[in-house]
Design a protein around this ligand. Structure first.
Ligand SMILES: Nc1ncnc2c1ncn2[C@@H]1O[C@H](COP(=O)(O)OP(=O)(O)OP(=O)(O)O)[C@@H](O)[C@H]1O
Length: 259
């Protein structure tokens, strides 16, 4: 099976052009990314998939503007990224939630400058959207891992960014909660149509979620292949096409999927 490689169908929202990254720590140079060229469409759900330590988070941090590449550049809406911007929100694992603020306080944190009524309406809207109604006054310590992660997503969405950058957001969750969270995220994405760039090293996660999967090599990471997942949502994970795409990626990464 030869997975298809196509450009995004919609207008471009982010471009990586010849991006390279070499870290220099105590005179020891580590090449992490090499010649990454990528175009992400507006409203696209893109997964960056690759082995642990290959450089996925580094690429996401460059896209967010937290790191500057040593070669090439990232452009958003045609402009070179020089630093973080509230139009691109980085969603961390649950550690991103502020433990000293309630659910309401966390969601309202990034929109403190809005008029009170608008701020309250937005908080209510996103609490509803991520299913945290009834927990408005709760502190994160009273929430489960999945609820904290939904809170983190709600907090990011409340500032109305164009793009969400998610770095293995469900990695710390148990497998059942992880499946639920994937569904939740797809539901939210369907409602909001933000551009989503999602880092994972889980092949199934990538094939279940993405419009396209960017398969990266081991470090220094290059793009091995870009696989279009041409299956509508909700995806039947036992369908021949799903299994074909999944197997193709396993083979691409050099792994047989039988253990
Ligand atoms: N600030 C830094 N200084 C030096 N080396 C770094 C720095 N940040 C990351 N690295 C190195 O770059 C490599 C890629 O790290 P990165 O976190 O991007 O990989 P990853 O693909 O996201 O891994 P994982 O899936 O395990 O999270 C690693 O070898 C890491 O040690």
């Amino acid at each position: 099976m030869e997975p298809s490689v196509t450009a995004p169908a919609t207008k471009s929202s982010l471009q990586a052009e010849n991006v390279g990254m070499i870290f220099d720590r105590d005179g020891k140079q580590t090449s992490v990314l090499e010649d990454i060229n990528l175009e992400v469409g507006q409203g696209e759900f893109l997964c960056l998939l690759g082995p642990s330590g290959c450089g996925k988070s580094t690429l996401l941090n460059i896209m967010a503007g937290f790191l500057s590449p040593t070669r090439g550049n990232v452009k958003v809406a045609g402009e070179i990224v020089h630093g973080p911007d509230p139009r691109r929100i980085f969603v961390f694992q649950e550690r991103g939630v502020f433990p000293w603020l309630t659910v309401e306080g966390n969601i309202g944190f990034g929109i403190a400058n809005l008029p009170r009524k608008e701020r309250e309406d937005r908080i209510t809207h996103y609490i509803q959207m991520v299913g945290l109604k009834g927990f408005e006054k709760s502190y994160p310590s009273a929430l489960s891992g999945g609820m904290k992660q939904r809170l983190e997503v709600a907090r990011a969405l409340a500032v109305n960014p164009d793009m969400l950058l998610l770095d293995e957001p469900f990695g710390a969750l148990d497998s059942i909660t992880r499946l639920t969270m994937r569904k939740e995220l797809l539901r939210i994405w369907d409602a909001e149509r933000k551009t989503i760039i999602f880092v994972t090293h889980d092949i199934d996660e990538a094939v279940q979620l993405a419009d396209r999967v960017v398969v990266m090599s081991a470090r220094p990471a290059t793009i091995q292949q870009i696989v279009t997942i041409d299956i509508p949502h909700p995806r039947d994970i036992s369908s021949p096409r799903y299994l074909e795409l999944r197997d193709g990626i396993f083979q691409q990464i050099g792994l047989a999927h039988h253990i």
